[in-house]
Design a protein around this ligand. Structure first.
Ligand code: HAM
Length: 424
């Protein structure tokens, strides 16, 4: 029986032998994750980690019973006590559950970096386990909070060297604006009902706003002249949106107001946004989010406003590779030690540990290779320096430190190796 990886998921490997799978190299993930932790800290967000699964009800209640995630994509199972549990398909609801439960719904700025699970139809850019960097800022209704969140993601992506990004921005108003708009949109769509895609026909009553972001060409054509929600915003929601736009403009963050952007999760109100890259295929959203002022109350917490986003690491790394952005190759190996003969092993091993105690990245050949094949291996693993330690070296106390790039050899005493390596 040959066991194979499950559909729609992938391994992150030290090196993926498949050239198309370069984005799955762990060195790239470490680099991007490091930048994420750094920027989150700079913007004042602290890390939160919630469990991999939650009660199913938490997701149906928050994401929306008619959303794609809830209707088609959840990994739901029953535990031994017959409780319905679901692998988290997204991060917002679990974080809100945690903050409500711990009575932390005052001012909180948290972020997370972990995997989400969605049973998606398999296609490029859509995985059944994907990794998200998300932030959630709770307790602040100010448009400055929206701007801060959007600027954080935009800054991260630019720091990672991504270019040709498009920031799509919209406001879907509050429930009063949306109710008025919903009726206007349904009135507009009614004469075309039969021409809409089957999916959009199903959404006509339950969630007509989602028809606006349908990818079906018939729906796109029909909605071209549809009324836009921005025309239905009342003064307060309109002014909130205008302030967000002004703040972004002021910081040189360019955006497109995209009145068709509605997002696929039900909890949003007011500002919604997405950042897309032109270097990805159909699944081109690197990240997206918005304001969700009603969610905490809906989940049984205090009436608390909030703003957040989620961004997919797979797509970020793929876009970086497509654009030739800087990504470090695998970790650097400073020194490779080749002991020759049985007697050389123990002293070499001792030296290896002394080197590591001084934070020098060193490895030793444990496999008693012949010198030629050990040198070949050192080359393969891109060692910067190599030392060979045999009986002769142990007798004289001197070793030859070989610079693998220049081929130069430098004689150093074994006692001085650690000190020398600190300064090369
Ligand atoms: P989302 O738009 O569903 O939002 O996901 C956020 C990002 O995760 C997407 O823009 C995309 O980059 C990535 N992503 C989503 N699904 C997949 C997939 N199947 N494969 C690969 N990447 C994927 C949310 O999840 C919200 N919780 C974001 C949020 C946080 N809103 C407020 N706070």
């Amino acid at each position: 029986m040959e066991y194979r990886i499950a559909k729609g998921v992938f391994d992150i490997l030290p090196h993926d032998p498949d050239t198309k799978g370069r984005w799955r190299s762990s060195a790239y993930w470490h680099y991007v994750e490091k930048q994420i932790h750094e920027i989150a800290r700079e913007f004042g967000f602290s890390e939160i980690r919630t469990p991999l699964f939650e009660s199913t009800e938490l997701f149906t209640r928050s994401i929306g019973a008619t959303s794609d995630i809830v209707t088609k994509e959840m990994y739901t199972f029953f535990d031994k006590a017959n409780r319905s549990l679901t692998l988290r398909p997204e991060g917002t609801a679990p974080v809100m559950r945690s903050l409500i439960e711990k009575k932390l719904c005052t001012q909180q700025k948290v972020y997370y970096l972990y995997s989400m699970f969605r049973y998606e139809r398999q296609q490029a850019g859509r995985y059944r386990q994907h990794h998200q960097f998300g932030i959630e800022a709770v307790g602040n209704a100010s448009p400055y909070q929206d701007a801060e969140g959007i600027i954080l993601l935009y800054t991260l992506l630019t720091r990672l060297g991504l270019k040709n990004l498009t920031l799509h921005l919209n406001s879907i108003g509050d429930s009063i604006d949306r109710n008025a708009y919903r009726t206007a949109l349904q009135n507009f769509l009614k004469p075309y009902f039969k021409c809409l895609s089957v999916e959009s026909q199903a959404r006509f009553e339950t969630n007509p706003l989602r028809i606006l972001d349908s990818k079906d060409s018939r729906d796109i054509e029909i909605t071209q002249n549809a009324p836009f929600i921005l025309e239905f915003l009342r003064d307060e929601t309109k002014s909130h949106f205008e302030t967000v736009c002004a703040l972004l403009k002021n910081e040189g963050v360019y955006f497109n107001v995209n009145p068709k952007l509605v997002r696929g999760l039900d909890y949003y109100n007011r500002t919604v946004f997405e950042i897309t890259s032109e270097h990805l295929g159909a699944q081109n959203a690197l990240g997206g989010g918005g304001r969700y002022d009603g969610l905490i109350k809906d989940l049984g917490g205090p009436d608390t406003p909030a703003f957040g986003f989620g961004a997919g690491l797979e797509r970020i790394i793929q876009a970086m590779l497509a654009q030739g952005a800087y990504l470090p190759e695998e970790g650097i190996l400073q020194l490779y030690m080749i002991p020759l003969g049985e007697k050389a092993f123990a002293p070499s091993f001792h030296l290896l540990n002394q080197l590591r105690n001084q934070h020098i990245v060193a490895q030793m050949d444990f496999s008693e290779k012949k010198l030629k094949s050990a040198m070949k291996f050192a080359n393969q693993i891109k060692a910067q320096y190599v030392v060979v330690i045999g009986e002769e070296e142990l007798k004289t106390g001197k070793i030859s430190l070989k610079n693998m790039k220049t081929g130069e050899n430098k004689e150093v005493s074994i006692d001085q190796l650690v000190e020398t390596m600190k300064h090369v």
